[in-house]
Design a protein around this ligand. Sequence first.
Ligand code: WT7
Length: 635
Amino acid sequence: MPQPITSLEGEVYYPPQEVIAQAHVPDWDGLQAEADADYLGFWEARARELEWQAPWRMVMDDSRAPFYKWFLGARTNIVHNALDRHVATWRRNKLALIWEGEPGDQRSLSYHALHREVGQFAQVLKSMGAERGDRITIYMGRIPEIIVAMLACAKIGAVHSVVYGGFSVEALHGRIEDSQSKLLITADGGWLNGKIVRLKDIADEALRRCASVEHVIVVRRTGHEVRMEPGRDFWYDDLLQLPLSRPGNDRPQTEILDAEEPLYILYTSGTTGKPKAIVHTHAGYQVGTYATLKYVFDLREEDRWWCAADPGWVTGHSYIVYGPLLNGATSFMYEGAPTYPYPDRWWRMIEKYGITILYTAPTAIRGLMRFGDAWPARHDLSSLRLLGTVGEPINPEAWKWYHRAIGKGRCPIMDTWWQTETGMFMITPVPSAPLKPGSATKPFFGQQAEVVGEDGQVVPDGEEGNLVLKRPWPAMLRTIYGDDDRYVEQYWSKYPGRYLTGDSAKRDRDGYFWIIGRVDDVIKVSGYRLGTAEIESALVSHASVAEAAVIGLPDELKGHAIHAFCILRAGYSPSIQLQEELKAHVAHEIGPIARPAEIQFTDALPKTRSGKIMRRVLKARALGMSEGDTSTLEE
Ligand code: WT7
């Protein structure tokens, strides 16, 4: 039984009794203590809830730390647990996915239908020469085919590399080139705000810059005229019509793999240089995403789960695609903008489809909050029983609005802290936990987190420091694709034996963690993770810019907004027109999300004697704050 908690400080929201009574984990503290005492046992028990083609010899192997391995010796494929195992049961006829397009069109797929289409498309990929271990780039909007494409890759043991459909030419090109993909799966376009995002045109332009791609598969979504290169480009629906039923080909088999074989790579922005590809594997990732979703969102057979992220980000990988399917759940996915055609689109769909759990980001909550209470009030949101947030710290004001106007005070909010690298929720409550608005609460079962100073010592509660994780976990990244050294250097060298998150945080006296934000040169804009280096490199790729420096400044809606400082080349002079041109240039190269809010022309940038730009100084100046220690600043 849950113990009454009396010691919590600050503003605390206790879970309603009926939530505790029905939760998978009614006793948060109890399971924490249990998992802490037998960490590997906890994870082994979770793994036993899935099916395996051969058992593991070892739950976790740390003999080559920090290259940890999980469920060593096991044979599996995540698609077996996400699809194949369900179609052998009554879930065959359960809905796996309910989808609504922005124009209002709908599609739903049962586990049977999804399994079938994935099998067919896997056959297509094989017939085009895709093999186990090959990287395949997927560049699409939020349509069911992106899920089919990801699962089809996994089914044949190929490694998917999804590039968010909001990215543009150079971002796509860089990711295709780094991964050396031979196949690109895309769509003619996608719907956003009543307009077509011209995905195929962007893909064509990216492909002109690189040579590795041999074939492009194009899903017909918007139906507008696109250029198809003969011999290279094929329509998805044409390929699915092909008779691929040569002997042995009619029943596509799920490739059974070793536990540690790669499932996907996903690019994310780091401290320096180009985005790096995070590697996730089949066995540990399936156990981690399955168990975290089940416990944190208390997933039940009858739920209608809506993770409103994009499949192009890790949130979508783990909690639109894999986690829900591993749990045999019914997911909802929506293609377009939350405010199209009116700001009640989300609330309308929650009512229409009877959504029971909504998981989104603070920036979306703040964006919808702006339109006031009248929009959600117009709809019956009584189907909701839980809410969730992810991506950046949620300000208490937005938390309270979400809790009151959407959850009607009944629905606990799961504030889940995690990263592309972690693959799964790491610091998070469960529904039976007492909540404090703005805190992601405590580490997931068995995990231990610390806030440490530069010297590696744990700082006193209430003080800010670097957030580290102490125990390896099943869905952890295995390396950076093609760069083991950088993996060790970036995550494991500052505090050996502990994983460096790149975030600063505080811990309070109740052991609750409060995330402050990134300590490195990563900027979170509307929850999207962008590197200053990427944006600077896009700026200097414009003929007029000699040098650029980018910082993130606080923004009420987006969390942070991008501010760029540019030194112009000789022959160019500052103008409003050039500012606009540079903003458009960044949007064209990286994507609309990276568009700077402000461009400032300057003659010099603050640098260290070794030539590193001191973004900290730029930030302090922009905010009118003290510049701190500038002793290393070049004259
Ligand atoms: C960074 C990771 C993992 C899903 C989306 C983000 C920030 C994430 C929270 C939260 C405060 C959060 C951190 C983290 N972040 N969730 N609940 N509270 N900050 O994945 O793009 O890899 O970004 O997002 O700064 O390091 P990502």
